[in-house]
Design a protein around this ligand. Sequence first.
Ligand SMILES: [Fe+2]
Length: 148
Amino acid sequence: MDDKQLITELNKILTLEHGHLGMYENYGTYQDKDMRRTFRRFTELEMEHINKIQSIIRNLGEKPSLIVEGGDILGKLFGVSMHVTGDREVLKVYNFIEQKSHQGYSDFISKLEREDNKMYQFVAEITAANKLEAYLQHLWLKDKLDKI
Ligand SMILES: [Fe+2]
């Protein structure tokens, strides 16, 4: 991976994180108190993910830019309908997306770790936190899906 590819990858991740934020930010509409509260916290987490990725891109001297503009980012990228209704459907689709996110971060971090480059190792260290949180979000969604 060269520096240009690194920025492209980071902008792709940034776009996905914007998509994640879009999934949770309407947390106030849920009847289920557990989902409402958790999605509120997930909204904050997604903002942290966005900020972290933006800050990496800026510190590499580039300008953060989304690869897909507005609207249904995740639907476009994954070919799934994000216009889901009903708690079970929401949990199922969001679980799928968070699993994808965790997998995406894992692949990205492995690629970085194969490079003998201190800066790339540092990016791997920072993004590993987002990877962990995507995994924790996936676990919560899966657990909730089993209980609902
Ligand atoms: Fe995220």
